[in-house]
Design a protein around this ligand. Structure first.
Ligand code: FAD
Length: 715
């Protein structure tokens, strides 16, 4: 059996510690022992100064690296032997080196395990360490409340950088080192370790320790207040909350605010329901459904028919999409929200001060509302890249494609992300000749490579020309013929088209409603902290305008935090919880994911095991002629705790729900395996993948004994 390097280190450390205690080496590191041999030690040091310094240094590093007791006594001895200057120098470097070795050993032995076991639960701590880790360490080093060896080991399992640990430790331990080395110069007078640091010195160390952290917190507080300097807050407020934008994020924010009895105004300049209802999720899923029906007609023979045809008109299919929107519209209507207690304003909002929102109503009326808090939920829009010549054609985007009533014969879809892929397959099924152009080496780049392969293979089988590693360079119109010119491996590829659909990403709406004038910090999105607060603590943002996700369910999730925090800060606020975020791409085969995939786990160095179940083996999938795809589960090595799941196959988005629940509530694969799943359903795949995991972790040694037991019973 080959031992992992970690086990070797553990064995060496355990051996050294056993030796230390077995030989009772601690007896040399007591105050009495050092004092009694002080004269001999000083004589030796005078005879061999360099050797004494080197050996002392090495001994100090060993004591601190092994976290054995004795460092305090050695620090005093350093004063007695080498004096204040040299003693401090030797101890300062030896203690920091020893501490860093202990830190590295803890990281190597336990860091990966702790981060993979509790990584998602440690997310807040990791974020805090990334931001303020150095300050915390400095405080801990100076305030003698936590033993030094505990700090070394505990910091080792965090994500604090080694270099930060090293220099902050050296700096933070220096005052204490000075005090103890100085005391050591008068070793003969010291009677016990407890009296060395006077209350006055202790108080100074505590003050020194908390000072930087306190300064930083005060500066942050001051800066967050400073942004308000230009304005005078109103004495009273018309509203508790004004919400800008009536899409998924804005609607849910307003709903929650009204439910908890706040006075809230929701301003929407276009259509309530925003992107999702009008130009996003709803129309795309409605069109996907019609296209799926056509794909089944195409596959009639697979279902035992001799053949089938569908007589359809593209314009009528697009009208159905509008009917679906109309049917869902009442869920997001002015009437419904007014009934729920929300004051709905149909107009354009502009923030004019941190507590004032100007509303230009559709009827021309302009009013300014004062409000305690504002939630920005202004969404995002399709990004159209500045490719030369693109403005010479009328490009389609996810905003405008729903207005089409004539099917484009040759459609180029620019973009291999979820929106581009969903629309490429849909239009191909509706009869367009579709070319999908993607710059990256594969479509659906965020997913694992085999997902992209599966989807690409299906796309190609359905007649879509999927061109990856093709960079769009320019659009040309020559004698009325429109062409996208792309480059692939250094040569030009010309793709003629009738319509060009651009789906290369969505950008947050940041301009035109007062953010710049006010000074709200923005980058690619409105910048928010963990509580969804902007740099103006009473102004929040949620949904696509805030990111980092661009889904309806994450917009709604953030909306809860934005509403509650906006209404109850400073009394209580909640940090948005992004630990378990699911999503799905509604291509066929459908792709759904929650948590990590293999790609991310490898990139982030998170130890994991992979268990796969192929849906080609599943009874229901076979009966439905949908026997393709897989369920792939990532777990903590040796444990059934789920780190992430990717499903590719029929109804993947629905199948994922079981894992979302499991991850959210810490349910492992053993419990999924122990749960009855209805036969014959696609959901059984979730149980079968758990079964695969269980088989791979069967206790072989125990089973060998059980086999012997059965043999014995047979006689
Ligand atoms: C084609 C497509 C398919 C999609 N499919 C899915 C899917 O299947 N699942 C999923 O989860 N997500 C999907 N999405 C994403 C989803 O639609 C968005 O993540 C979601 O709608 C974001 O909601 P939001 O409230 O942040 O923004 P929006 O819905 O964009 O709402 C913002 C609103 O703010 C209004 N507004 C902006 N400025 C002002 C102002 N100054 N005054 C007043 N009003 C203003 C706008 O008019 C808009 O109505 C899809 C998106 C697209 C484009």
């Amino acid at each position: 059996m080959r031992l992992d390097k970690r086990w070797w280190l553990l064995l060496v450390l355990a051996g050294l510690l056993a030796l230390f205690f077995a030989l009772d080496l601690g007896r040399f590191l007591s105050l009495a022992a050092v004092k009694s041999s002080q004269a001999d030690l000083q004589a030796w040091r005078a005879a061999q100064p360099l050797l004494a310094a080197v050996l002392f240094f090495g001994g100090y590093v060993a004591v601190t690296a092994l976290s054995v007791p004795g460092a305090v006594v050695m620090t005093l001895a350093a004063g007695a032997l080498f004096g204040l200057g040299w003693g401090t120098l030797i101890v300062s470097f030896a203690s920091t080196l020893g501490a860093t070795l202990a830190f590295l050993a803890a990281r190597w032995l336990l860091g990966g395990w702790v981060q993979s076991r509790f990584g998602d639960r440690l997310a807040t701590l990791n974020a805090g360490i990334a931001k303020d880790g150095g300050y915390y360490l400095f405080t801990l080093r100076l305030v003698p409340a936590v033993p030094f060896f505990v700090i070394n080991l505990a910091m080792g399992v965090t994500t604090l950088r080694t270099w930060t640990f090293y220099w902050v430790s050296q700096l933070g331990m220096l005052p204490g080192t000075l005090v103890y080395v100085n005391a050591g110069t008068q070793l003969a007078r010291i009677e016990s370790l407890s009296g060395i640091v006077s209350p006055g010195v202790l108080g100074s160390l505590v003050l020194l320790g908390v000072f930087p952290l306190l300064t930083r917190k005060l500066t942050e507080m001051f800066q967050s207040r400073k942004v308000y300097a230009r304005w005078k807050p109103p004495k009273t407020f018309d509203r508790n909350l004004v919400v800008i934008g009536g899409g998924s994020a804005g609607l849910v924010t307003a709903y929650i605010a009204a439910a908890i009895k706040a006075k809230v105004t929701l301003v929407e300049k276009h259509k309530l329901g925003g992107d999702c209802l009008n130009t996003g999720c709803v129309p795309s899923k409605a069109l996907i459904r019609s296209a799926k029906f056509l794909s089944h007609v195409q596959r009639a023979q697979e279902f035992g028919m001799r053949g089938a045809t569908a007589d359809f008109d593209f314009g009528e299919v697009m009208e159905r999409v509008q009917r679906v929107i109309k049917t869902i519209e009442p869920h997001d209507s002015v009437e419904r929200y007014t009934g729920l207690g929300v004051d709905v304003a149909q107009g354009t909002a502009r923030i004019v001060s941190p507590w004032q929102v100007e509303i230009t109503h559709h009827d021309g009326r302009v009013e300014v509302l004062t409000t305690r808090a504002i939630v920005i939920a202004a969404g995002a829009r399709p990004f159209v890249p500045p490719i030369p010549g693109i403005d010479t054609v009328e490009v389609l985007t996810s905003d405008t494609v729903w207005q089409l009533r004539q099917r484009p014969e040759r459609l180029v879809v620019l973009g291999g992300g979820p929106i581009g892929s969903e629309l490429a397959q849909t239009f191909a099924r509706l009869g367009s000749r579709v070319t999908q152009v993607e710059m990256a080496p594969r479509i659906l780049l965020r997913e694992d490579p085999e997902v992209s392969e599966l989807v690409t293979a299906r796309f190609r089988a359905e007649g879509i020309s999927v061109l990856v590693e093709h960079k769009a360079e320019r659009v040309e119109v020559i004698a009325g013929e429109k062409t996208l010119v792309a480059t692939h491996q250094g040569r030009e590829v010309r793709i003629p088209f009738d319509a060009l659909l651009v789906a290369v990403g969505r950008v947050a709406n940041l301009k035109g409603y007062g953010l710049e004038e006010l000074g709200v910090s923005t980058g690619r999105t409105v910048e928010v902290n963990g509580y969804l607060q902007t740099n103006f603590p009473n102004i929040y943002a949620a949904g696509d305008v805030a990111g980092p996700y661009q889904f309806t369910h994450t917009a709604a999730h953030q909306a809860w935090y934005a509403a509650v925090n906006a209404l109850f800060d400073p009394f209580k606020k909640f940090r948005a919880d992004y630990r378990v975020i699911p999503w799905a791409t509604f291509v066929e085969p459908e792709v759904a994911r929650v948590g990590l995939n293999e790609l991310e786990a490898k990139e982030r160095g998170i130890p994991h095991e992979v268990t796969v179940y192929g849906l080609d083996d599943l009874d229901r999938a076979i009966a439905d002629s949908e026997a393709h795809g897989f369920v792939k589960v990532l777990t903590v090595p040796g444990k059934d705790r789920i780190l992430g799941v990717t499903i590719a196959g029929e109804h993947a988005g629905d199948l994922l729900a079981e894992y979302v629940l499991a991850m959210k509530h810490g349910i492992g694969l053993n419990k999924i395996l122990g749960t009855i799943h209805t036969y014959p359903t696609l959901a059984e795949a979730n149980k079968f993948v758990a079964g695969n995991w269980k088989r791979a972790h069967a206790p072989q040694a125990l089973l060998a004994w059980v086999e012997r037991f059965h043999a014995w019973r047979r006689g």
